[in-house]
Design a protein around this ligand. Structure first.
Ligand code: OOB
Length: 532
C-alpha cells in the first residue's frame, strides 16, 4: 500500500523552475513571517491576542514539547480543535517537527474520529475540552490505541496542552518542503472518508497566490468564520494567506450573526469566507442594522453553488464585494477576481489560481466535450494531489492514468475561462457546503437490524441548496424514523450526516425501469420526488 503518491519528477522540476515550489516548509514560513511582522497581532481568539513573535515562540515551544512527549517526524496526530488560538501553536508545532496533523472537523464524532485514528495509526489526538455543548473528552475516552490525548482547556483525565513540557531544547528534526505536511479530509463519495496528503511546497504555493488574488495586506483583518481546519478557511486565502500577508486573524467560535457581527465591528474585519447558507443568513439577518459592518471589503462565498440571485444581493445588502470560490481539499481552487465584471462575479465560480492548473472537461467515456458544453471536470496542477493517502485501489479510478484528478463536478467553461458549476456525477450530497457521502450513511443505516435496504439522496432546499433524505425498506419489527436517527447518532455519526428526512417505503420507486445500480436508483427517487 502506497502512503503518498508524488508528482512525476518532470512535473516537480517544472513547478520548481517556475518558482511555484520554493522549498520552504510551513514551519519556516511562520518564522519568516514573524521576523517580518513580529510586533503585529497575528491571531485574536477568545481572550488571546498573540503577536507574530508570540505565535512563533509558542510554536517552537510546542514543537519541543511534542518531541519530548515522544511524538516525532512522520507521526500522525488527529487534530480536532474548534476556532481557538491554540490551533495555531499546535499546527505549527507539528509542522516544525514534521509530524502530520490530520484535520478533523469539530462536527465529527466517534465514527469518524475512530476511523481517522485507526486508519492513520495516529499516536495522538488533540481536542478542546468542550465546544458547542459537546464534551470531546468523552469521545477521546472511547478511542483505543492513542498514546496521547492533549486538551486545550480543562484536561479532565487527559493531559493539558499547556502542560506539554516547555523546557525541552535541542535540535528539531530536519523537515523538507517536498514532504507531506498534513492530511486533509475529502468530502468523500465512498463508504469511508478519504485523506488528502498535501506537501509544504504545493500548499504554500496556493497560499501565496490566494493571498495575492484576494488582495491581502498588513491592513487586512481576516475572520475565520467556518471551521479553521477546513481547506477554505485554512488556505483560500484563509488564515495561512493572512499570515503570509502580515494580516490579522480573528477567530469566531460560530458563524451566527449575533456572534460574528459584533466581532466584525469590534475587530474591523475586512474579509471572510462563508458557505452559501451563511451568506443568506447574514443578508437576511435583522442584526445587520445593529452592528457596523462597514469595515468589510470582501465576502468570499464557496463550498457549494451560490445561486445567481443570491449572488446579486451581496453587494447591496452587505455593503462589500462578493468573491465566489470554487475549491476542493484535493487542490484546485478557482476565484472570481477583483477586476471581473459584475455579471461574471455573480454568475460564475471564477478561474483557477494558476496558469499551470490544467483543466479538461470530458463526457462519461473520458472524451473531451465540445467548447461550451457541460463536462466532468478533470484537473492536474502544481497544488492538486496525485493520489489519496493509503488508497491504491480508489486512486486507480479517482485519477486518470496521466494523473488528472476526477473532481466529480459537472461544469461548463465560458470563452473567458470562467467556470460555471452545474452539477455533479459523484455520489455526494452537498448540504450547504458540508459534504455527505451517500454510501457512508447508507452503510450505517444498513447496520440496523430493522433495515433491509437504504438509499440516501439529496433533495433541493432553499436554504441549504440540498438536504438529505434517506429511503429505507424496513424489516419487521419496523423501526421508526426517530429510532433510526437515534441509532445513527449513537453510532457516532457527525450531526450533519444524519438524514434530514427518513422515509420508510415498501420498495424503492421506479425500480421498474430495470436499472439496479445505486446511482440510478437515487436518481430515480430524486426524479420521483421532484415530480411530486
Ligand atoms: C471546498 O472543499 P471540499 O473538499 O469540502 O469540497 C469540494 C467540492 C467540490 O468538488 C464541489 O463539488 C463543491 O465542493 N464546491 C462547489 C463550490 N465550492 C466547492 N460547488 C459549487 N460552487 C462552489 N463555489 O468546498 C472548498 C475548498 C477550498 C475553497 C473553497 C471550498
Amino acid at each position: 500500500m502506497t502512503d503518498f503518491v508524488a508528482w512525476p519528477p518532470e512535473f516537480a522540476e517544472r513547478y520548481r523552475e517556475l518558482g511555484y515550489w520554493q522549498g520552504q516548509t510551513l514551519g519556516d514560513f511562520l518564522a519568516e513571517r514573524a521576523a517580518e511582522h513580529g510586533s503585529r497581532i497575528a491571531v485574536v481568539g477568545g481572550d488571546n491576542r498573540w503577536t507574530y513573535q508570540q505565535l512563533d515562540e509558542r510554536a517552537t515551544r510546542m514543537a519541543h514539547g511534542l518531541l519530548a512527549l515522544g511524538i516525532g517526524k512522520g507521526d500522525r496526530v488527529v487534530l480536532q480543535l474548534p476556532n481557538v488560538a491554540e490551533f495555531f501553536e499546535v499546527v505549527f508545532g507539528l509542522f516544525r517537527i514534521g509530524a502530520l496533523p490530520v484535520f478533523a472537523l469539530p462536527a465529527h464524532r466517534h465514527s469518524e474520529i475512530e476511523y481517522f485514528c485507526r486508519f492513520t495509526d495516529a499516536v495522538a489526538y488533540v481536542i478542546a475540552d468542550k465546544f458547542g455543548g459537546f464534551d470531546y473528552r468523552t469521545l477521546a475516552a472511547r478511542i483505543p490505541g492513542l498514546r496521547h490525548v492533549l486538551v486545550a482547556g480543562d484536561p479532565g483525565e487527559f493531559q493539558a496542552l499547556d502542560s506539554v513540557p516547555a523546557d525541552a531544547s535541542g535540535p528539531l528534526p530536519d523537515v523538507r518542503a517536498d514532504e507531506v505536511a498534513f492530511l486533509n479530509l475529502s468530502g468523500g463519495s465512498t463508504g469511508v472518508p478519504k485523506l488528502i496528503p498535501r506537501t509544504h511546497d504545493d500548499y504554500l504555493y496556493s497560499v501565496r497566490e490566494s493571498a495575492e488574488i484576494c488582495g491581502l495586506t498588513t491592513e487586512s483583518v481576516y475572520m475565520a468564520t467556518l471551521p479553521v481546519s477546513h481547506n477554505f478557511t485554512l488556505s483560500s486565502p484563509g488564515v495561512l494567506g493572512a499570515l503570509h500577508a502580515g494580516s490579522r486573524i480573528v477567530l469566531t467560535p460560530a458563524p451566527s450573526p449575533d456572534i460574528a457581527f459584533p466581532l466584525i465591528e469590534r475587530e474591523g474585519v475586512t474579509i471572510t469566507g462563508v458557505v452559501p447558507p451563511i451568506a443568506l443568513l447574514w443578508m437576511d439577518s435583522p442584526a445587520r442594522g445593529r452592528f457596523d459592518l462597514s469595515s468589510m471589503r470582501l465576502l468570499q462565498v464557496g463550498g457549494a453553488r451560490l445561486a445567481d440571485e443570491a449572488a446579486k444581493r451581496v453587494e447591496t445588502e452587505l455593503g462589500c464585494k462578493l468573491q465566489q470560490v470554487f475549491g476542493m481539499a484535493e487542490g484546485l481552487v478557482n476565484y472570481t477576481r477583483d477586476d471581473d465584471p459584475w455579471d461574471l462575479t455573480t454568475t460564475t465560480q471564477g478561474t483557477p489560481i494558476s496558469p499551470h492548473d490544467e483543466i479538461r472537461l470530458v463526457d462519461a467515456d473520458d472524451v473531451e466535450v465540445a467548447p461550451g458544453e457541460v463536462g466532468q471536470l478533470l484537473t492536474r496542477g502544481p497544488y492538486t494531489i496525485r493520489g489519496y493517502y493509503r488508497a491504491d485501489e480508489h486512486n486507480a479510478t479517482a485519477f486518470t492514468k496521466d494523473g488528472f484528478y476526477r473532481t466529480g463536478d459537472l461544469v461548463r467553461l465560458l470563452p473567458s475561462g470562467h467556470i460555471i458549476v452545474s452539477g455533479r456525477v459523484k455520489d455526494q450530497i452537498n448540504r450547504g457546503g458540508e459534504k455527505v457521502a451517500a454510501e457512508e450513511v447508507e452503510n450505517h443505516l444498513l447496520a440496523h437490524e430493522g433495515v433491509h435496504d437504504a438509499v440516501l439522496v439529496g433533495v433541493e432546499d432553499p436554504q441549504l441548496g440540498e438536504r438529505t433524505c434517506a429511503f429505507v425498506i424496513p424489516r419487521s419489527p419496523e423501526p421508526s424514523p426517530a429510532e433510526l436517527r437515534r441509532f445513527l447518532r449513537e453510532r457516532g455519526l457527525a450531526a450533519f450526516k444524519i438524514p434530514d428526512k427518513i422515509e420508510l417505503v415498501d420498495e424503492f420507486p421506479y425500480t421498474g425501469v430495470g436499472k439496479t445500480s445505486r446511482r440510478a436508483l437515487a436518481q430515480a427517487i430524486k426524479e420521483g420526488l421532484e415530480a411530486r
